[in-house]
Design a protein around this ligand. Structure first.
Ligand SMILES: [Zn+2]
Length: 668
């Protein structure tokens, strides 16, 4: 019997309520190998089981103290274990440890499902005496019970057994889907540096020919995006687009079909007509029908402007090719760049020298300091890869968080950008910990890591999730910590923060030319903003095509779902480009797993984000007053009240579409 189990056996007989020790250890402290990592996760699983027994063993009157407290601690063990396993599976350089972590995540998830279907726990929470409980605690109980019902706790034994089996199968399907994407990087080979015409000099320098004279490019973001934006060679862009949109193809096609079929079955067992109905039931939007109407509303609002954006791209193409009748998908980013140069006198390469990775990183930290009164200190604690940096966050001399920056690509690593929570904060108990995992330029000796403005936006955005998670991690309950608000609100704080790095005064605080040290000129920033607004409506339509694909794959019987047909049909309905039947981008559309039917949440959140901005002084975005008020109203409460109520608290009224509409129109 492992030592931790003995300790747990002893804990079972401890007097109630028992508060476990607080946790502030750096997550990778003992640099666990495969066996040690397994042992760590299984120790938490055992602890979670032990807490469940204590919760069920309570005699007499059930109270917040003897029941909800234990329930929250049970979630603390489960969530911590799940977070650690998920992160390690996504980032560890050793593929064997990634596989160990995936297996551990399956065990955590299996126990999570078991608990969510445990009628005894549901009954315990239902029969608690809640007299005297504060509003946040009541809301916690309400949401927890809703979660149990949505999980199927009220179903009969046979149905719950099937639900359990489906959930377990879905975990392995999801892991397979993500693994295929992580490991599905493709390459595009060019014959000589001559084919890289139009690409920035530092890009060409970083991609030297091999012994055979050929240059190999990958579909990782720092390789692929510049090609699609700048490469003069139409053939190179076309080949890159195809390679990029066939990542994880064909491997993930059958995996995706199975995911859709199992989710549909699960939704039916739970009493919903479709997975889309199920997935929207506990969101702000409330139902698949309302999500669909939202997509229609946004798509309609942007239709005319998107068409005129497209015409401008086509006119630009005709300058070089008078017989052109259409703009292809692989040309759109490139032509957009040309229009920005000719009509807005703006070349997006001109801003890159002001965005070397190290300076941007410091800028993210400094701006967060100014806005929220925080300080950051680099610390030397164990990390999973030498390129990963660790920081601690302080406020008034007190340490309030820790995070890791894993910012550059490497083989086998998660290929998108995201904040991975590691440990949720609980006031007075656990120090929040998280990791930013991105794939940005830089990270190699001699490469200044010049970032595009989009890269800078991405970094601020992801850091926004980290701040929300950590600043919202001081409440009483883990179940309301950080971003545990309605899912379709989660993006809003990060999207709002993006506005800061379009502001000349804010940018001038950190964006300095990597060779001359000159701060980025305000005129250049204004030019950039004008130029970037061009194509906004096309972007909105592209977003809505993704939202519609995500909803359509899950809002009907799986027998009616052919992912290729839906992707092609939605593309044709929402976007002006000719179809590319040789691509299958759904195979690498990771959100179809994590977000499933609810990709609309990005635009839903953006509508709110644009409105939230109206609570700030646009002429002085760094003013601490509104930022502190915002932090208190929106970030600090985490999930302790409905998101709409938090927004109303900050704005003094319910959110509306007006600010979003003005933003859309100003892009025309
Ligand atoms: Zn985000």
């Amino acid at each position: 019997m492992p030592a931790s189990t003995l300790v747990l056996a002893a804990l079972l007989f401890a007097p109630l309520p028992h508060m476990p020790p607080s946790d502030d250890r750096p997550f990778w402290s003992d640099r666990p190998t495969g066996a040690a990592f397994e042992h760590r996760i299984d120790g938490r699983i055992a602890e979670a089981r032990a807490i469940r027994e204590r919760l069920l063993g309570v005699r007499g009157r059930r109270t917040i103290a003897n029941t909800l407290t234990l329930y929250d601690q049970l979630q603390r063990q489960l969530e911590g274990a799940g977070n650690q396993a998920t992160l390690v599976a996504a980032v560890h350089p050793d593929s064997r440890l990634r596989a160990t972590a995936e297996a551990a995540a399956q065990r955590v998830s299996a126990l999570g499902t078991e608990i969510s279907l445990d009628r005894r726990i549901y009954d315990a929470l239902t029969t608690m005496d809640t007299a005297g409980a504060d509003a946040a605690t009541r809301y916690y109980i309400e949401r927890a019970l809703l979660g149990f019902r949505l999980a199927g706790v009220n179903k009969d034994d046979a149905t719950r057994a099937r639900i359990r089996a489906l959930n377990e199968e879905l975990v392995t399907i999801s892991q397979g889907f993500n693994r295929n994407i992580r490991e599905g990087t493709r390459t595009v080979t060019v014959d000589s540096a001559g084919e890289l015409g139009g690409l920035p000099e530092d890009y060409v320098t970083a991609h030297r020919p091999g012994a055979d004279g050929k240059i190999v490019l990958t579909t990782e973001y720092p390789d692929a995006i510049p090609v699609l934006t700048y490469a003069r060679s139409d053939d190179l862009r076309r080949r890159m687009r195809i390679a990029f949109d066939t990542r994880a193809f064909p491997g993930n096609m059958a995996v995706l079909d199975r995911m859709i079929a199992r989710r549909a079955e699960l939704a039916h067992l739970l009493g919903f007509a479709s997975w889309a109905d199920y997935a929207t039931a506990d969101k702000m939007v409330g139902s698949a029908a309302k999500a669909s109407a939202f997509i229609d509303r946004i798509a309609e609002a942007s239709a005319a402007a998107a068409q005129s954006d497209y015409q401008r791209l086509l006119e630009r193409k005709r300058q070089d090719d008078p017989s052109a009748t259409a703009v292809n998908r692989w040309e759109s980013g490139y032509l957009r760049e040309l229009v920005r140069r000719s009509s807005y006198d703006f070349d997006s390469q001109k801003v890159r020298p002001y965005f070397p990775y190290e300076a941007v990183k410091q800028g993210v930290l400094d701006i967060s300091s100014r806005l929220f009164g925080l300080t950051f200190r680099r610390v030397s604690v164990p990390v999973w890869h030498p390129s990963v940096e660790a920081y601690e966050m302080f406020e008034g001399g007190r340490r309030v968080g820790r995070f890791y920056l894993d910012m550059h690509p490497r083989p086998g690593k998660f290929s998108h950008a995201a904040h991975f929570p590691i440990r949720a904060g609980i006031g007075g108990q656990d120090l929040p910990e998280g990791a930013l995992v991105c794939n940005l330029p830089g990270g190699t000796v001699g490469d200044p890591g010049l970032m595009s403005h989009d890269d800078v936006v991405t970094m601020f955005h992801e850091f926004g999730h980290l701040l929300h998670t950590q600043l919202g991690g001081r409440g009483r309950w883990l179940g309301q910590s950080g971003v545990k608000t309605e899912w379709d609100f989660v993006e809003a704080p990060s999207q709002m923060l993006e506005e800061w790095i379009r502001d000349p005064a804010v940018l001038a605080t950190f964006a300095r030319h990597y060779q001359t040290g000159e701060p980025i000129p305000a005129a250049l920033v204004r030019q950039m903003n004008r130029a970037e607004a061009f194509g906004r409506a096309l972007d909105v339509r592209a977003q809505m095509s993704l939202a519609r694909i995500s909803l359509s794959l899950y809002d009907r019987l799986p027998a009616q779902v052919n992912t290729d047909s839906i992707v092609q049909a939605v593309g044709a309905a929402y976007l002006p480009y000719p179809p590319m039947p040789e691509t299958h981008f759904q195979a690498s559309f990771g959100h179809l797993d994590g977000y499933s039917a609810i990709y609309y949440t990005y635009m839903w959140s953006l509508v709110i984000a644009k409105d939230l901005l109206s609570g700030f002084d646009r002429s002085d975005l760094l003013a601490p007053g509104p930022a502190r008020r915002y932090r208190k109203a929106i970030l600090a409460p985490g999930g302790s009240a409905p998101a709409a109520a938090l927004v109303q608290r900050f704005l003094g009224r319910p959110f509306s579409f007006d600010a979003w509409r003005r933003w859309l129109d100003s892009g025309a």
